[in-house]
Structure formats: structure tokens, C-alpha cells
Write a protein that binds this ligand. Structure first.
Ligand SMILES: [Ca+2]
Ligand SMILES: [Ca+2]
Ligand SMILES: [Ca+2]
Length: 1141
């Protein structure tokens, strides 16, 4: 066999030296007689040691080596624990020949006396063969055994302590799922408790509560799972004021305590291992800790050492021991193909069986036995326990037993009688005395999980004998260890997604979170109103998530898209004119529900404002510029501000103080002189939103104050248009290393005419992440998290170097990787079930190029990585070869300008110019029309703009005919109308010559078009529709004429109409509604001259005109109907929207 020794050990920073295991001289290594999965090599290090690395070699000069292996460790040579890494039982890659050595640093150091190496795969040419070296250093620690009774009481030197900073470290191991590890409390209501609950660690802390409620300071954080495994777990709690780092083994959680206080005020003592004996009621019947603790350190005091030296109160212990009591539960670990066979009594028709089990799987066969004249089965079915005798069902219970916790089962069965007890609960005992034969055999799914404390006929099963092969039998069972993993801890489901697990993996339920994807990482909402606008949406209420996959949750805003720049409005929950009273000094706080989420909007906006108003009677506002302000408001970052609406930072004034028109010039606010009201806009964006107003002078006799804080209104979204142009292939922008270890999402728009280029890249040692245009039709997303490189590609049907904006979205999480191009192409790949999960990067993030690779030429815009928009524009300003911003948005977005509107390029974006259309609004889709009363007349002047300015009131052209004349060679005329009055002239176009064009309703309501054109001696008229159109209903009129060919459309009726001469006809004025008036919408058709436009707004009108669209239905069809629109508010409830579709 093999000998092992520690020759020496120096402990430097991480590892230094060495455990060596060397081999029986001459044998050249270890090679078992049988090469199968039941072989292992065990090392006894003599005492507990810290092991930091392992190296293996094949057997000397042979074809025997081990290609893959597991590592188990134990303090006692019993109850083994497999080495874990990245959430899995780790399989080390071993050797591929007999000579070269392969070394692995252990990411998670092991402290143990015994190690076992279990070969999983070995040389195909030979057998299992191994030489091994372990590296590490010595380890020594004080341990204390807690018997479930005794408690260590650490008394403070003074009766009350006020602590601003805590550092608490300890290790524990236990077989119990409940127990208080440490506890301290004070009379102010402060407390700190660390305890095990359902085998998870629970830290509860309260730094104090204010008079408004005792619950406010309570903070509870849970960590870990399955901690009742009788293995060591290390805890570190570091607190400074309200900031806490809570570390369990290798997982650290950072959180801030609730409430507003910074000090932990404790009285008298802190206790370890249970609640103190002072008889305070806060114990709540919680169990004391039973198990072992080591190296307990509290703010620099070594508690274990103090206990050993009897410098600390341990009087509650009956028997204090400084070594661990070992458990003797002998766990057995089953996977899907395992079985364990134990010998029972022969020829016996009764059975008594007891065991504990734990599993995540709702189904599995736990026990099968032949009775004297039949069979007995105990199985889990849907998380409930069921017993079958002779294939008959006899009982179960309703609660879920597949919850990962240990559950104790005891079954006594005899002939056709059985009694089942679960978790020692007599109430759950099932007695049954008759069975029916069922035609179907019971479920036969294998059990996956652990069992321990197996009793047969009230005797512990001799599993050592089974292990040695002298009794019973087993297959694919791991004896003396329970390697169950909680795949939901730490929880990879983000944003509150619920984690569900089975034996092999976990899945996330994202319903109602506002996020989607395999780990609920990606927001289903757009980040801003601006983004919705450019998806073609109109003004409405929308959910926005300004930081995307970042931690801020989505919220509702109103988006007003009727102006060139989008307005975002966020309401608050303070009613207008809220009466404030009963305070003679601040704070009298009014929390406005303006959270940090809103701050994300103000950060990216170009302009923000918020109206604030204070109406007052005997309640002063700010006081004189030198005096202490009575009232202040709290803005972004919890900063207090002492200026009022209409004023600005730095001066303690109201609007009237700035404008020098306060009612009493001695004061800078009207209310400081007891006059009515001070109101105005707060426009200093970096101070907004207003989250709190503290009003302080409302307690005098007759005081009355009313506060109104208007909604936050912000304009624009700088993030959406933040762009850079890469003008040389070698140019790039660099940013700090991308932090996306477990989840990474990257989205951006690009526009290029080059056939390839690297969009971005970030490297680690071997890990990397890269997005690239590989060819004109292929976008590639590649990365390596440690399992080897992975590449996803999407293939576009059309070339992507078309100088149009394209959107790329990529996400990589522990479950899958997804790449999406525009809304059309998507590729995804599941992550391997086991292996590396963390993306560890070290280099800077390069955008636009990467070392030695084909750089990107073109524009990149709105680059967001894990919810953070990178400021390409700012970085481009200081980078040669890269320009801020990007030209040419109209090539992509011009299609959004409807009804003939012209797309106009902007430095950061584009706008639609609707002046040559009968429409208005950001996309030229809002109709311009009006309701006409009797005598109302609207005039349009078809002049050049300069001429129009000079002749604004001209009915006809006032200057000599020129090339700027309207020549009626052809027309496009369209409008909607509704009226009940006939006859009427709907439209009349005249010129300085005798030419004219008129559309009129005749006496009987029928429609007629009349022309007088220069070449004709008499006007001609066309009777278009003989029906009475003066019926109050909306009608649409369309007509086009080229020379003498006229096409007219009314109500979608089309036809060529023969011209007919008629007499001149006089009509009274039109009463009704006229809209969508279009006359030669294409400017070139109006006349020959360039640059001629006619105003969409009437040049003048008489009488009363009320804006209306005449009840006509909208012309433009929204890009997406509400039913298929995932962003529409009605559709955010029940639907699960996968990916980025
Ligand atoms: Ca306190
Ligand atoms: Ca978010
Ligand atoms: Ca990695």
C-alpha cells in the first residue's frame, strides 16, 4: 500500500508546501487490481491540514493512468464530503500519459485529515494508475463541542455597548437543522442573531427602530443550504454602520440593514451556542446549537481560547469538551442507477424499517422488500410518501417531502396491516387494515438522494459490513457520504425569480418579475420612452426599466411623444394641496414614492423639471437667506436642498426672490412674509427627483400650509443616442473590465458598410467574451468560461453592411447563451450541465477592435452591458480614430416618417418634418383638421415661404406671376369631411388667373368637382356620387388629376368620370368638419420651382375653428397591435415572454 507523510509545512499567503504522497518504492505508483468505479486511494495526513493543490501522474513507466477523478475529504475517515466547485461535485481532469504531471489549484481550499481520490476514467490502453502529490500547510484551531445545553456567555466590560463596527468569524459543523449560533440584544430593541433554520443560516440584525414602528430596523438575510451535513462551514460577518458583508464558505452577500441607525446597542453580553439564560422573552423557544464550533472570533477576541482558559462564562455546560463529537449516521448516497440491498430476517412475514432520507425529487422508490406472502414498497410519489403492500396503496401524507430536508420514516408492516410514521409525528401515522389489489404495479422510479440512520427490525443496519462486501449488496451507491447539492443556493434566478430544482438541475420561474430568460436576467421592458418611440409606439403609459438587467425594478411612466423630444412623466403619491400641519421643526416628512429608479431617468435625460408649490398661512417657508430654513426638500442621493421652485442651487430663495417681485421685498419668499404662495419649477436635474419635503413652521396658531409636488417631467434619453463612429480599422475605445461572472448581457446597435469587424472583446486568462461581425451576413458571439470556447452565430438573409442600424443582443448566464439580431434572428445554446460557470475577465474591455483582429468600421450606438450604458460619446472625444456621435439615422428610421413627412438628420437622432403634409406629430401621423361653423373659412397660400411671409393675409397671390405660381397641371387632393348642411363648398382653390378648382356638395348632398382650367372656355364639373353625403357621417375624398384624366375616390369608390360642362354654381359656406386636407402633398407636383412648400397650417381663417379629425379612423396602422405587443400594459400580466422576442 501507499505511505504518506508531511515532510514540512510552511504557510505563506495561499499555499506554500507540500504534502507529498509517495509511493511504495519500486512499485512506481498505485494501481488497483480491478479497474472499476469502486476503487479509491485514501491519504491520512495524520491531523487536519489545509490542502490547496493536487498534482497527479500516471504509474511510472506504464500505460496506466487516471484521466478523470473526484476528490473526497473527511476529518475522521467517515462521512466523506466531495470537493465542490462552481456549484457541482467537481471532476478533475487527470493525466493522458504516465509521465507528465497535472496540477490543480483548489479554488476552495480543503481542511481535512483524510483525502480520497476516486478515479472516474482511466487509460484506455491500460488500467487505473496514479502517483499523487498534495500541497498545503498545517492547520490548528480551537474547537468547542456544544451539547445542545451549554451556552458561552461573553460579557462586555461595560453594561451597555454601542458598536459601530463588527467582525465576527467562526466555523461550525452540525447534524442538526435548527440551532442558535450566536445572539445579542439590547434594551433599545437592537439585536443580532445568527442561527440555523431548516439547515440554512439566518442572520437577523436590528440596529434600532424609531418611534413609528418597531419593525423598521429588522433585517433578515439567509445563506447556504443543507448545512446539517456534519461538515465544517465558515462564517464571516463584517459590519460597518449599516453595511454588512455576510460570508458563508465562499459565498459573500452584501446588504444594508433597514432603518436609519448605525450602531448596534447591546446590553451586558453576547452568547454563543444559544440564547442567554437571562430569561428574556425574545428566545421564542429557539433551539440551542448542537455540534461543534471552531475559531470563534468576536471583534478581535478569541472566544474559544477564552473558554479554554476559563476567562469566559461557560457555567451552563454540564461537560465542556474541546474536541468534536462525531456523528454516526452513516449516510448513503443514491443516484438514478443505485441500489442498496440489506439482509433482513428470513421467513418472516412482518417488517420493521426505519430510516431518514433527503431528496429534491418528488418521485422515487425508497424501499422494497419481500414479505412472507407478498411485497412491500415505500416510495415517494409527487413528494408524498406512499406504501404499497401486494401492490396496494395504503397511505401517505400531503406535505412535500422532496424539499431537501431530512425526513424520518418508520414503517411496521405485517400481512395486511401497516403503520407508517413520518418525522416522528404520531399524527401522521397511518394505520390501515385492508388492501385492494390494483391492476397496475406501483411507480418504479429510482430514488435519487441520501438515506441515513437505517434501522432494520429496530437494529442499525451494518453498512460497514455491506461496504466490506460481507453482507448485502450494492451498486452505484456512495457509502458514508451524502453528496446532495442545493442547486437553488445560491439562487441563480435573478430579480426575484423563483428557483425550482430536481436532482440534475434547476429552472427559474420569472412570472410577474418583469424579466425573462433562463435566469430571469433580461428585462422585458424598454429602458425609456425614447426607446418605445423608436419602436413606433405612440403616447401612452408604459413600463420602463432604465437599467435593464440591473437591479432596479420596472415602473410605470407616461410617455408623451407628440413633441420632437419625448417627455417622460413620473407621478408621485403625494396628493395635490396636501395639508401639512402640527410641526414646529423639521422633519415632518412626506415620502413621495420617488425611488432611486427614477434617478436613472433623470441621469440619462437631457432636461428635467418638477413643479413645487407651497400655499401658506402663518407658516414660513425658507426664512431669510441667512436664517435657518424652516423647510427643505430632499433630492437625489438623500441630499437636502434649501431653495424653492423657480430658484436654483446655492441661494436660499423662492421664485419671487430671484425675480425680485416678492410681496414683501424684505423677504425672498412670499410665505416668509405670510403671503399666500410660493411656487415654481425645480430644473436642476442632478437634484431631482424630490423624494421628501420637510416642512417646519406649521405649529403656530392659525398656521395652515398646503404642499403640492408635481410629477417629475424629463425630456430626452441621452443613452439611446449615445454613439461613436469608428473611422479607421485600428481604432478602438477601451473601458474598465466587464463584470459579468454569472450573468452577462450586451446589447447595441451598429451600422456599417464594411463586411466584417470586431464589435467588442474582453479577455481573461483563458476566459473571454467577444462579439463580431464575421462576414456581411454573420454575427458571432463567442466566449469561454473555462469549459473551452463556445460560439453562437446568427445568419442574416440580407447583408448587414447596408449602412442601416441593426440591433445585436447577447446574453450568457449559467443556464444558456443567446444571440439575437434585430427581431428576426436568434440562436441559443444551453450551458453544459456541469463544469465552469464563471466568466472571469481581467483585461480592459475593447470596443470597436481588439488586439490583432479585424477592427470595426462604422457606428456603434446605445451599448449596454449588464444594464449600464457605456458612454461611447465621451470616450470617443479623447480617442483618435473614433468620433463622437453618428451620422445617417434617416437611412434606418426614415420609414417612420409617414404621409410624406421628411426625415431630417440630427446629431443624435432624427426628426420628421411634417410641413409638407396634412399631418402633424413626431411621425406625421396626427391629422390636422377643424370643425367649421357657419362663416368659417380657412385659407391656404401656395407660396414660397418668403412670399408667404410677405403676404400672410393674401387670399390670392399678390405679386406678379412667376415661376412661383401654382400651375394646375395636375393635383392630388384628399380630405375628410362630415356635415349635415348642403349645399356647401368643401374646398376651393383659386389663382390670380381665372383657373380654379372646387369640390362642393350640391343641394341634394351629392358631391361635385368643378374645374376651370386655362385651356377651356368654360368650367367643367364632375358629379361624383349621387348619394346624399351631407348625412353627418365622416367621408373621405381622394382625387388625382393629370391634365384631363381625373381619378376620384369617395368611400373607396374609384372610377374615371367623364368631364361635363356645367354652369357656375354659387354655394353658401360650409358648416361641418374638414380634416386631412392634402393638396399636392408631393411638393414637386405643386409647381416647377424647387423649394416651394405650402404651410401645413392655414395661413389665416375666419370664424370659429375647432380642431377635430371629423370622426375619421386613423390612417396609419400602428406597427404592432396591442394583442401582440409585449410592451403594452394589458399584456404584461399573464404572458411569459421568452427571450427578446
Ligand atoms: Ca442602535
Ligand atoms: Ca432593472
Ligand atoms: Ca472561468
Amino acid at each position: 500500500m501507499l505511505t504518506t507523510s508531511f515532510e514540512r509545512c510552511l504557510c505563506l499567503s495561499s499555499y506554500s508546501f507540500l504534502v507529498l504522497s509517495h509511493v511504495t518504492p519500486g512499485a512506481g505508483g498505485w494501481s488497483p487490481l480491478d479497474s472499476d468505479h469502486y476503487q479509491w486511494l485514501q491519504v491520512d495526513l495524520g491531523s487536519r491540514k489545509q490542502v490547496s493543490a493536487i498534482a497527479t501522474q500516471g504509474r511510472y513507466s506504464s500505460s496506466d493512468w487516471t484521466t478523470r477523478y473526484r476528490l473526497l475529504y473527511s476529518d475522521t475517515g467517515r462521512n466523506w464530503k466531495p470537493y465542490h466547485q462552481d456549484g457541482n461535485i467537481w471532476a478533475f481532469s487527470g493525466n493522458s500519459n504516465s509521465e507528465s504531471s497535472v496540477r490543480h489549484e483548489l479554488q476552495q481550499g480543503i481542511v481535512a485529515r483524510f483525502l480520497r481520490l476516486v478515479p472516474l476514467d482511466w487509460s484506455e490502453e491500460g488500467r487505473i494508475g496514479l502517483r499523487m502529490e498534495l500541497y498545503g500547510c498545517s492547520y490548528w484551531a480551537d474547537v468547542i463541542n456544544f451539547d445542545g445545553q451549554g451556552v458561552i456567555a461573553y460579557r462586555f466590560k461595560v453594561k451597555k455597548v454601542k458598536i459601530i463596527k463588527d467582525v465576527i468569524t467562526l466555523k461550525f459543523k452540525t447534524s442538526e437543522s435548527e440551532g442558535v449560533i450566536l445572539h445579542g440584544e439590547g434594551q433599545q430593541g437592537d439585536y443580532i442573531t445568527l442561527e440555523l433554520h431548516r439547515a440554512k443560516l439566518l442572520l437577523q440584525i436590528n440596529l434600532g427602530s424609531n418611534q413609528y414602528g418597531s419593525i423598521l430596523g429588522h433585517t433578515s438575510v439567509s445563506s447556504g443550504s443543507l448545512l446539517d451535513d456534519h461538515h465544517w462551514h465558515a462564517v464571516v460577518i463584517e459590519r460597518f454602520r449599516r453595511n454588512v458583508n455576510f460570508t458563508l464558505d465562499t459565498h459573500t452577500q452584501h446588504f444594508r440593514t433597514n432603518g436609519e441607525f448605525d450602531h448596534l446597542d447591546l446590553d451586558y453580553e453576547l452568547s454563543f451556542g444559544g440564547m442567554p439564560y437571562s430569561g428574556k422573552p425574545s428566545g421564542g423557544g429557539r433551539k440551542n446549537f448542537k455540534g461543534c464550533m471552531e475559531s470563534i472570533n468576536y471583534n478581535g477576541d478569541n472566544i474559544t481560547d477564552l473558554a479554554r482558559r476559563k476567562k469566559i462564562d461557560t457555567s451552563s455546560f454540564r461537560n465542556l469538551t474541546f474536541s468534536c463529537m462525531e456523528a454516526h449516521s452513516f449516510p448513503v448516497f443514491f443516484n438514478a442507477t443505485s441500489f442498496l440491498q440489506l439482509p433482513g430476517r428470513a421467513n418472516h412475514n412482518a417488517a420493521s424499517v426505519g430510516f431518514q432520507f433527503r431528496t429534491w425529487n418528488p418521485d422515487g422508490l425508497l424501499l422494497f422488500s419481500n414479505l412472507g406472502d407478498g411485497t412491500l414498497e415505500v416510495s415517494l410519489e409527487g413528494g408524498q410518501l406512499a406504501v404499497h403492500i401486494n401492490a396496494s396503496r395504503s397511505g401517505g401524507r400531503s406535505s412535500d417531502l422532496s424539499d431537501g430536508q431530512w425526513h424520518a420514516v418508520r414503517l411496521v408492516a405485517k400481512e395486511n396491516f401497516a403503520m407508517l410514521t413520518i418525522d416522528g409525528d404520531e399524527a401522521s401515522a397511518v394505520r390501515t387494515s385492508y388492501f385492494q389489489q390494483t391492476p397496475f404495479p406501483p411507480l418504479q422510479r429510482s430514488f435519487q438522494g441520501c438515506m441515513q440512520a437505517i434501522l432494520l427490525d429496530d437494529q442499525p443496519a451494518d453498512l460497514h459490513a455491506v461496504e466490506k462486501g460481507v453482507a448485502g449488496a450494492f451498486e452505484n451507491v456512495s457509502l458514508d457520504m451524502c453528496a446532495i447539492i442545493d442547486r437553488c443556493m445560491p439562487n441563480h434566478c435573478e430579480h426575484g425569480g423563483r428557483c425550482k430544482q430536481t436532482w440534475d438541475g434547476f429552472s427559474c420561474t420569472c412570472d410577474g418579475t418583469g424579466y425573462t430568460g433562463a435566469t430571469c436576467h433580461t428585462s422585458i421592458y424598454e429602458p425609456s420612452c425614447e426607446a418605445y418611440k423608436h419602436l413606433g409606439r405612440s403616447s401612452d403609459t408604459y413600463w420602463v426599466d432604465p437599467d435593464g438587467s440591473g437591479p432596479l425594478g420596472p415602473f410605470k411612466v407616461n410617455c408623451n411623444m407628440t413633441e420632437d423630444k419625448v417627455w417622460t412623466t413620473v407621478m408621485n403619491n403625494l396628493p395635490a394641496q396636501t395639508t401639512v400641519m402640527g410641526s414646529n421643526q423639521p422633519p415632518s416628512n412626506d415620502v413621495l414614492g420617488m425611488s432611486c429608479q427614477v434617478t436613472a431617468i433623470t441621469t440619462s435625460a437631457e432636461h428635467c423639471e418638477q413643479h413645487i408649490s407651497y400655499s401658506c398661512r402663518t407658516s414660513r417657508l425658507l426664512n431669510t437667506p441667512e436664517g435657518t430654513p424652516y423647510t427643505w426638500w430632499v433630492g437625489r442621493g438623500s441630499e437636502k436642498h434649501f431653495y424653492w421652485g423657480g430658484s436654483g442651487p446655492g441661494v436660499q430663495k423662492c421664485a419671487c426672490g430671484i425675480d425680485r417681485n416678492c410681496t414683501d421685498p424684505k423677504y425672498d419668499c412670499n410665505c416668509d412674509a405670510d403671503q399666500k404662495e410660493d411656487s415654481g419649477l425645480l430644473v436642476y436635474k442632478d437634484h431631482l427627483p424630490v423624494s421628501q419635503v420637510a416642512v417646519g413652521d406649521t405649529n403656530r396658531p392659525g398656521s395652515e400650509a398646503k404642499l403640492t409636488v408635481g410629477p417629475l417631467r424629463c425630456q430626452g434619453d441621452g443613452n439611446y443616442w449615445n454613439a461613436a463612429s469608428f473611422t479607421t480599422p485600428s481604432s478602438y475605445l477601451h473601458f474598465s473590465t466587464f463584470q459579468g461572472e454569472t450573468s452577462a448581457d450586451i446589447s447595441f446597435y451598429f451600422k456599417t458598410s464594411a463586411p466584417y469587424g470586431v464589435f467588442l472583446e474582453n479577455l481573461g486568462n483563458t476566459d473571454f467574451i467577444r462579439l463580431e461581425l464575421k462576414s456581411p451576413t454573420v454575427v458571432s458571439f463567442s466566449f469561454d468560461v473555462g469549459n473551452g470556447p463556445v460560439e453562437l452565430q446568427v445568419h442574416s438573409a440580407t447583408p448587414l453592411n447596408d449602412d442601416q442600424w441593426h440591433r445585436v443582443m447577447a446574453e450568457r448566464n449559467v443556464k444558456e447563451a443567446v444571440l439575437q439580431l434585430d427581431l428576426t434572428y436568434r440562436a441559443s445554446r444551453p450551458a453544459p450541465p456541469q463544469g465552469h460557470t464563471r466568466l472571469e475577465l481581467f483585461s480592459q474591455l475593447y470596443v470597436g477592435a481588439a488586439g490583432g483582429q479585424r477592427g470595426f468600421l462604422g457606428c456603434i450606438r446605445a451599448l449596454r452591458m449588464n444594464g449600464v450604458t457605456l458612454d461611447l460619446e465621451e470616450r470617443a472625444k479623447v480617442t483618435p480614430g473614433v468620433k463622437s456621435g453618428c451620422q445617417g439615422h434617416c437611412t434606418s428610421y426614415g420609414v417612420y416618417c409617414r404621409n410624406g413627412g421628411q426625415c431630417v438628420e440630427r446629431y443624435n437622432g432624427y426628426a420628421c418634418d411634417c410641413t409638407a403634409t396634412a399631418y402633424d406629430g413626431p411621425f406625421c401621423t396626427r391629422e390636422v383638421g377643424g370643425f367649421f361653423e357657419a362663416g368659417t373659412l380657412v385659407r391656404y397660400n401656395f407660396l414660397s415661404e418668403a412670399a408667404a411671409a410677405a403676404n400672410r393675409d393674401a387670399w390670392s397671390m399678390a405679386h406678379p406671376l412667376s415661376s412661383q405660381e401654382v400651375t394646375l397641371e395636375q393635383e392630388e387632393v384628399a380630405f375628410s369631411f362630415s356635415t349635415s348642411n348642403a349645399p356647401a363648398i368643401l374646398m376651393y382653390v383659386s389663382s390670380k388667373t381665372q383657373d380654379y378648382l372646387a369640390v362642393l356638395l350640391r343641394q341634394n348632398g351629392s358631391l361635385q368637382v368643378r374645374y376651370h382650367l386655362g385651356g377651356l372656355r368654360e368650367p367643367f364639373s364632375i358629379d361624383v356620387d349621387q348619394r346624399n353625403l351631407a348625412n353627418g357621417q365622416p367621408h373621405t375624398f381622394n382625387m388625382s388629376r393629370i391634365d384631363r384624366s381625373v381619378t376620384i375616390q369617395v368611400h373607396a369608390q374609384t372610377g374615371h368620370v367623364d368631364p361635363e360642362l356645367i354652369d357656375r354654381y354659387n354655394s353658401p359656406g360650409f358648416v361641418g368638419c374638414l380634416s386631412r386636407v392634402q393638396f399636392n402633398a408631393a411638393a414637386s407636383a405643386v409647381g416647377q420651382s424647387e423649394g416651394r412648400t405650402f404651410s401645413r397650417q392655414p395661413a389665416s381663417y375666419q370664424g370659429k375653428l375647432v380642431e377635430s379629425n371629423c370622426g375619421a379612423s386613423p390612417l396609419s396602422i400602428p406597427p404592432m397591435s396591442a394583442a401582440t405587443d409585449p410592451w403594452h400594459l394589458d399584456n404584461t400580466g399573464g404572458r411569459d415572454i421568452r427571450g427578446w422576442m
